[in-house]
Design a binder for this molecule. Structure first.
Ligand code: FAD
Length: 472
């Protein structure tokens, strides 16, 4: 521990009390590696403020002693953005004690909640007043609103409601000089120049500490219908989506799954079965919802799918008969990564290209990767309607145990080059963190990098906010 770190820790303990300063290595240990367990860091202390003023106090001390802070929520991020450096040169700033929901208003359609509130807790609070916070994702039981905001997270409902950027109405944050920005009024219109709130969304903790957010709510769901359809290829899948969207606004989830991925789920995940008989090369999972209790959402989706079948957009389709079956359909989608892990080594890429180009990209990129790296299986699944898929490359049963370490970087560079050539993004929803920083530096335009560095330097000239992340 450096002298500066010792002084900061002493002062923080004196000002904020022992609960806010954790130095017991056993308590810190679970939080210094990333969720996937690939990156391991170290931190001499974990600071755990319980209020915005306490965060401001800590940030002022960090600036005074020039000790960097690594903000952390649920540590479920996929880019190791919340993992501290391995040399122990930064302190963890855990936001999990800031877990108060300040208000939930059905009238304003707004919730104001602190950064450490778990996503599932907010879902419940909104539900209690007949409303809904529509963003959801697999980590909802442990990820926090501060982390979701700072990674501009997406999830499965982006098609209809957008990413966090569309759902955050305002941000309260402590800036790197210790001042507090309060943007929580939730104004629908506010044109006072640059939007600091939007700058903080997706900033991955490099421009300040998000302490609370105002979030847009929508009316609670009165009914939902979930369907499964078999299609010949991703091109037909996108045709099907466009067909549905042209006739209704009830579609809020549309996930693409290759049969190959479904087969892995059926092989490795207990109690799963295919919704359709007969092999379809590709599948789509469709979710439709309504907030109108008088709409028979099941009948509506059934009618639309029957029309789509008649036009040859899908080979077959089935509607989940009840909630249990709907959950079973979703489980097939949600468990792909776990099934792949059981099968063997997998290299994951969270990428996007323009929506209309995605079907051709999946087919073309898969063929090119498989040709360039014999023995691997490349495939894409996920949020087709957002132009965002998880492009996974599997090692195959006969790969060497160190395949990931030996070939991973080369394959990723190959994939990222294809994505960039297609005008896409090498990070659709997981952020840059530390895992994608080198590739970001290699592939981003000089103008983008220059602007990022200029903004970072203007707001955080001492470089105390999450150094080594995002900004190359
Ligand atoms: C099973 C699973 C499924 C997932 N599915 C999706 C998905 O569908 N879509 C998607 O977009 N993501 C998904 N994710 C990843 C997603 O990024 C995280 O779940 C979530 O956004 C991160 O929240 P967190 O609280 O865990 O943040 P952390 O992991 O703790 O932090 C993430 C980043 O935000 C910063 N940060 C955290 N809190 C603050 C704060 N208060 N102020 C400033 N900076 C802060 C950190 O420094 C770090 O850079 C998934 C993750 C898992 C484990």
């Amino acid at each position: 521990m450096t002298e500066a770190e010792t002084l900061l820790i002493e002062q923080a303990a004196a000002k904020l009390g022992p609960k806010a300063v954790i130095t017991d290595t056993r308590e810190i240990e679970p939080w210094v590696s990333d969720w996937r367990g690939r990156v391991h860091g170290a931190a001499p202390a974990m600071l755990a403020p319980a209020s915005t003023d306490e965060v401001a106090e800590i940030v002022r001390l960090a600036a005074e002693y020039r000790v960097p802070l690594v903000p952390q929520g649920g540590n479920t991020g996929m880019a190791a953005g919340a993992t501290p450096p391995a040399d122990g040169s930064a302190l963890l700033l855990s936001m999990r004690r800031m877990n108060r929901i300040r208000s939930v208003s059905a009238e304003n359609r707004l919730a104001v909640a602190e950064a450490g509130v778990i996503l599932a807790t907010l879902h419940d609070a909104a539900h209690e007043v007949g409303m809904r916070f529509p963003l959801t994702l697999g980590a909802r039981g442990s990820c926090t609103l501060g982390g979701l905001t700072s990674t501009n997270a997406g999830g499965t409902q982006v098609l209809k409601f957008g990413t966090m950027r569309s759902l955050v109405a305002g941000v309260e944050a402590v800036l790197p000089d210790g001042s507090i920005h309060n943007g929580l009024s939730g104004l629908k219109k506010d044109n006072r120049g640059y939007s600091l709130d939007q700058l903080l969304i997706g900033a991955e903790g490099t421009l300040g500490v998000v302490t609370a957010v105002a979030l847009r709510l929508v009316p609670a769901i009165a009914g939902r219908a979930v369907a499964w359809a078999g299609v010949t290829d991703p091109i037909k899948a996108l045709d099907l989506l466009r067909f549905l969207e042209a006739r209704t606004n009830v579609i809020e989830g549309f996930e693409l799954l290759p049969q190959d991925s479904l087969d892995l789920v059926l092989k490795h995940i207990p109690n799963t079965r295919s919704p359709l008989d007969g092999g379809h090369a590709w599948n789509v999972l469709i979710e439709a919802t309504t907030s109108d209790p008088d709409t028979d959402i099941g009948a509506e989706l059934e009618r639309l799918l029957a029309a789509a079948l008649q036009q040859g957009l899908a080979g077959d389709a089935v509607l989940a008969a009840n909630e249990g079956q709907a959950e079973a359909f979703w489980k097939l989608r949600d468990d792909i990564s776990e099934a792949e892990r059981t099968e063997g080594q997998t290299l994951a890429h969270d990428i996007s290209v323009p929506v209309a180009d995605m079907p051709a990209f999946i087919l073309d990129a898969s063929a090119k990767v498989e040709a360039a790296f014999p023995g691997v299986t490349a495939t894409g699944f996920g949020h087709l309607g957002d132009g965002n898929i998880h492009f996974h490359v599997r090692a195959g049963a006969h790969a060497a145990p160190d395949w990931y370490d030996r070939e991973g970087e080369q394959i990723t560079r190959f994939v990222d080059d294809l994505v960039t050539a297609a005008g896409g993004s090498i990070s659709a929803e997981h952020g840059i963190g530390q895992l994608k920083r080198a590739e970001f530096a290699r592939l981003a335009s000089p103008g983008r990098i220059h602007a990022l560095r200029a903004i970072k330097h203007a707001l955080d000239p001492l470089g105390i906010m999450n150094p080594g992340k995002l900004v190359p």
